[in-house]
Design a protein around this ligand. Structure first.
Ligand code: UD1
Ligand code: CA
Length: 485
């Protein structure tokens, strides 16, 4: 009996399969929650599905249902539970319950193939509809096809079926064209899923069997070889996770180079997908740009720098081994080497934060310098302030945090402690080594160290007392010897 496909119009529903055991990962974390550049594999698939603006997206989750649901908080998706992972065919049937009455194409995607692009999916759906197929899938040529289902075609090139590695003959195993795990199934033929037999080897219902079943019923079945392995690869093992990450890194770096970013060792950089980088910026080796970080134009990011959820404005320089978290670095500011800018900080235009300086939740004004060995926490520091080496804000009294305010053009001598809360007025000076416990008025000099006292000839007196002590020790020893002790 030939099933006629009514052609449900342009509507698309997406079903994402994420209920498998993921045994080959040998991990305690569900496979689809392993991350590439901070984002779970499943989130990549969900994002590319949502980009198509489908009628709805359904995620099939299994034993780790709760973790999977939590990981997709806020995403416009529905969930169905497949209690027992009885195979990909069974998983789609579980989702079908939520699609009662839906007319159109059901795009089925494996949750473990994270790198497919919206462009490829759109092209695929276009071909599926143009050719009025009942069932279509995306295939690709795999460098090592061992972990994929092989595409069997007849002498004229028409798709006959998909055969899994375990069920394939020696000859079939040599086929390089493989199933990507992305299918378009017209709603009219979804019922055929019920005809899928239990696979004798794996005791699962293979979704891939729908190809042969639909073809045998005279339905239009087609495979489109339209993407690269780097885009369509599935992740089943840790080495495959690494391979996918490397492929994705290359895609991101290539795109940034295209946009005028300079890299010296792109294989060693980590760039999260939501990062933005401006033209003419240079990225040295071993740099991690994480979260929603944005780097401006003509910035330089030196080796071993990690920047998380931060904004680095045009022309800023981040020197070696610096960490910037949840902060803003102003235009042409210089930060590092070995600086730690902690969340909630705002470093002003042309400011300089140098060696071994830690800044926490502080505002640093334009042109202000803290060049060496300081801790500035909960501080608001004005413009053109000089913070001497070893300056520390004592912002925590054991119970609460308190603020330090230092107004414009203040000169803070080295080794100063500010016991917060405290305020220093503009143009004031703080003598080196001071412990500032009280507010300092504008233009004043604050000094809190003990006055220096010089004792003339002290070293000579010390020397002679040391010599006389040594002589008396010697005398005692020789006395003991004489007495035979
Ligand atoms: C599957 C395909 C194979 C294809 C490959 C592409 C089948 C039988 N084989 O093989 O032809 O080349 O993907 O990467 O479909 N899942 C469920 N419920 C289950 C079983 C699996 O939701 O009961 C989910 C998994 O979480 C995973 C996806 O389906 O996201 C694919 O399952 P997996 O076991 O990885 O299939 P493969 O062996 O990779
Ligand atoms: Ca897989």
């Amino acid at each position: 009996m030939k099933i006629t496909v009514s052609g449900g119009g342009l509507k698309t529903a997406v079903v994402i399969l994420a209920a498998g055991r993921g045994e080959r990962m040998n991990s305690t974390l569900p496979k689809v929650l392993h991350r590439i550049f901070g984002k779970p594999l499943l989130q990549y698939v969900v994002d590319s599905a949502l980009a198509l603006k489908p009628s709805r997206v359904i995620v099939v989750a299994g034993r780790h249902y709760k973790d999977i649901k939590d990981s997709l908080k806020g995403a416009d998706v529905s969930f169905v539970i497949q209690k027992e992972p009885k195979g990909t065919g069974d998983a789609v049937l579980k989702a079908w319950v939520l699609l009662k009455g839906f007319k159109g194409a059901v795009l089925v995607m494996n949750g473990d193939a994270p790198l497919v692009t919206e462009a490829t999916l759109n092209k695929f759906l276009g071909l599926h509809r143009k050719n009025k197929n009942a069932v279509s899938f995306i295939s690709f040529n795999a460098s090592n096809p061992a972990s994929y289902g092989r595409v069997l075609r007849d002498d004229s090139g028409n798709v006959i079926s998909i055969v899994e590695e375990k069920d394939a003959t020696e000859v079939q195993r040599k086929i390089n064209e493989v199933n990507s795990g992305i299918y378009a199934i017209e709603s009219d033929v979804v019922g055929l899923l019920k005809e899928i037999p239990l696979n004798a080897v794996k005791h699962e219902y293979y979704l891939t069997d729908i190809i042969g079943i639909a073809g045998n019923k005279g339905c239009n079945v087609n495979a489109y070889c339209i993407g690269s392995e780097d885009e369509l690869m599935g992740v089943n093992t840790m080495p495959e996770l690494l391979k996918a990450q490397q492929a994705f890194r290359k895609r991101l770096v290539d795109a940034w180079m295209e946009k005028g970013v300079v890299f010296f060792d792109p294989d060693s950089v980590f760039i999260y997908p939501e990062v933005a980088i401006g033209k003419g910026t240079t990225i040295y080796p071993n740099v991690c740009l994480e979260g929603k970080t944005s780097i401006g134009q003509r910035c330089v990011v030196y080796p071993n720098v990690r920047i998380i959820d931060s904004v680095i404005k045009d022309g800023a320089v981040i020197k070696d081994s610096t960490v910037v978290e949840g902060s803003v670095i102003g235009a042409r500011a210089v930060v590092g080497p070995f600086a730690h800018i902690r969340p909630g900080s705002d470093i002003g235009v042309e400011a300089k934060i140098g060696n071994f300086v830690e800044i926490k939740k502080s505002i640093i004004g334009k042109g202000t310098k803290a060049s060496h060995l300081s801790y500035l926490g909960d501080a608001s520091i004005g413009r053109d302030v000089n913070i001497g080496a070893g300056t520390i804000t004592c912002n925590y009294d054991g119970k609460q945090k308190h603020g330090t305010t230092i107004e414009d053009r203040v000169f803070v001598g080295s080794d100063t402690q500010f016991i917060a809360p405290v305020r220093v007025g503009r143009d004031a000076y703080i003598g080196a080594g001071s412990t500032i416990t009280k507010n300092v008025p504008p233009k004043a000099l604050a000094l809190s160290r003990a006055e220096q006292r010089n004792i003339e000839g002290w070293a000579i007196k010390r020397q002679s007392s040391v010599v006389s002590r040594q002589l008396s020790v010697k005398d005692k020893r020789s006395g003991r010897k004489k007495r035979g002790i």
